[in-house]
Ligand binder design. Structure first.
Ligand code: MN
Length: 565
């Protein structure tokens, strides 16, 4: 089944309409390979169709580059195709503005940002399909670009696909990236392992009938037995850990047994262990304890016939589907169950990827999503507390929700923050207290010699910005102090005539870390409350006021005022 078949079946449908729309929009544009540009969105849509995603996703796949690369606007898409598709296309357009430069520790940030900007997992699927086709056709690009895209694919997109449990996509993206990142090693691997692969395959083919007979004798009819060859990308990573000794890689080609039920999985493992001795430490029960990306299967490595080592992977058909397609498989599952024909409610708690999204969410923000609401789980709204704004170079800056251009500027560099005089968001001038949104492209306008304003403290959201502004204020106050007409404060204190009162006052001042420059007591007889005048070496109003509060607590103090002198 392809997009063209669908159009033949339903020539008036949304997919047919999107096909014509995108083909027309990209008319005259060419890919680097010389092919018409439309080949790319069409291939992307076909991949999404393969993954059995819903129609809206496939339509958005066809349209995904129209807003970024042609004169079409998001408003046009909304008018022609409605809100849902416009939302998906807009998500793809936003993702198009960010670039990964392989900066250390930025990969995780970038993965989070992709999820945050996408807001809906279907946007992530379109991005993965888009990237998969671009990787399949990467040969047409200049070498420097190939390397950058391959690195981004390996560190960001393959890893995202892995976490979404999409084993096939992960493997293909890693293999393609490996080819461009390490071309020599790739060739070496190809030539040294080809024979090994063939030998392994021939061996497994040979014992397959024996295995079938063994299972049948024990009353198990497997749904399928096949071979899983290890991908070059992951094989190379494994070889690096094993001194490049291919003899130590037992799962170069693994035997895969697919059966009907979970109890049959365990039964098969028991039968195998009885027939051939298992290698210690290599029995893995990913059914009872799935991998963090929800992968489920039983693995065991045995010493098979002719004393050769074989790895077995045993799973049910459902696990197999999930392992290959990951979250996308659940998407199909949900569509089937929410459709009119199938009855019975899906217990979303039982679905591993929902749990996985929850654990991500907890990891990133400590928030809970409602596991009962499956559609909400599809929405990536667990980054509510964070936003990701983008620099003109395409780097993402991770900020708390409500952050402003001033926060953004200080996060890039304190000097940029200090000299910040204005900001443009997506090309438009805004106020410095403007609230940034995820995906905003922010450009800071600097002015030489500009100093931060105290008013910024009213709206900044990050500690980094606040600390820098305060430090700059302190430096300014010091400067003012050094040229100010005032150097001291004089306190006027009305007191009762009490023994020890002068000592109490001077102790309190000393405890507040201030120097007394002069202490004058009015000893003229007759006044009920004599006035003392104390000069202290400070003109910091807030400190003086704090001191006065404390002085007021001393017994016998009636009234205090002060002036700067
Ligand atoms: Mn594209």
């Amino acid at each position: 089944m392809s997009i063209k078949d669908i159009i033949k079946q339903d020539p008036q449908g949304m997919i047919a309409k999107a096909y014509l729309f995108a083909e027309k929009a990209h008319k005259g544009q060419k890919r680097k390979s010389g092919e018409p540009y439309f080949v790319h969105p069409l291939a992307t849509a076909n991949i999404l169709l393969d993954w059995k995603l819903d129609n809206a996703t496939i339509v958005a796949g066809l349209l995904h580059d129209t807003v970024e690369d042609t004169g079409i606007t998001i408003t046009d898409i909304k008018k022609e195709f409605g809100d849902e598709i416009a939302f998906l296309v807009d998500g793809m357009t936003k993702l198009g503005t960010i670039k990964y430069r392989g900066v250390e520790n930025k990969a995780e940030n970038m993965r989070k940002m992709i999820l945050a900007l996408s807001q809906d997992l279907r946007v992530v699927f379109i991005k993965l399909a888009d990237r998969l086709h671009n990787m399949r056709t990467l040969a047409a690009l200049p070498p420097a670009k190939q390397k950058r895209i391959a690195l981004e694919t390996d560190e960001i997109y393959a890893s995202l696909a892995y976490r979404l449990g999409m084993q096939n996509v992960t493997g293909e993206l890693q293999d393609l990236a490996f080819l461009y990142l390490n071309p020599k090693e790739y060739q070496w691997l190809l030539s040294t392992t080809k024979e090994q692969y063939e030998k392994r395959l021939a061996y497994l083919e040979k014992i397959k009938p024996e295995l079938n007979a063994l299972l049948e004798k024990n009353g198990i009819i497997p749904i399928q037995i096949d071979f899983r060859a290890k991908r070059y990308g992951s094989l190379y990573k494994k070889l690096l850990r094993h001194d490049m000794d291919i003899g130590k890689v037992y799962d170069l080609v693994a035997m895969r047994i697919i059966v009907g039920t979970i109890s049959e999985c365990y039964a098969v493992m028991g039968i195998l262990h009885e027939q051939w001795p298992p290698l210690p430490g290599r029995i893995k029960d990913y059914i009872a304890m799935p991998k963090p990306n929800a992968y489920r299967s039983l693995h065991t490595t045995l010493i098979g016939p002719e004393e050769k080592i074989i790895e077995f992977q045993i799973k049910t058909k459902e696990m197999h589907e999930e392992n290959e397609h990951g979250v996308a498989a659940h998407w199909i599952y949900k569509q089937n169950t929410s459709g009119k024909k199938v009855s019975g409610k899906v217990a979303a708690e039982d679905i591993a990827w929902v749990q996985q999204l929850q654990s991500w969410q907890e990891h990133f923000s400590g928030k809970q999503i409602d596991p009962d609401d499956f559609m909400n789980a599809m929405k990536i709204d667990f980054f509510k507390e964070r936003i990701f704004a983008i620099t003109p170079r395409g780097d993402a800056i991770d900020l708390p929700a409500g952050a402003t251009p001033v926060d953004f500027a200080y996060h890039i560099h304190s000097e940029i923050g200090d000299a910040c005089a204005g900001a443009k968001i997506n090309g438009t001038l805004v106020q410095l207290d403007h609230e940034l949104q995820s995906g905003d492209l922010v450009e800071i306008i600097m002015q030489k010699g500009k100093r931060p304003s105290e008013a910024w403290l009213q709206f900044v959201k990050t500690t980094v910005a606040r600390d820098h502004i305060r430090a700059s204020m302190r430096a300014k106050n010091k400067l003012i102090a050094s040229i100010a007409p005032f150097t001291h404060a004089e306190l006027k204190i009305a007191t009762e005539d009490r023994v020890g009162l002068i000592k109490d006052v001077s102790t309190t001042i000393a405890q507040n870390h201030m120097n007394i420059m002069a202490f004058h007591v009015d000893d003229s007889k007759g006044s009920r409350f004599p006035i003392s005048k104390v000069q202290i070496q400070s003109i910091d109003k807030s400190k003086i006021e704090k001191l006065i509060l404390k002085l007021r607590r001393i017994k016998g103090i009636k009234e205090i005022s002060y002036k700067l002198i």
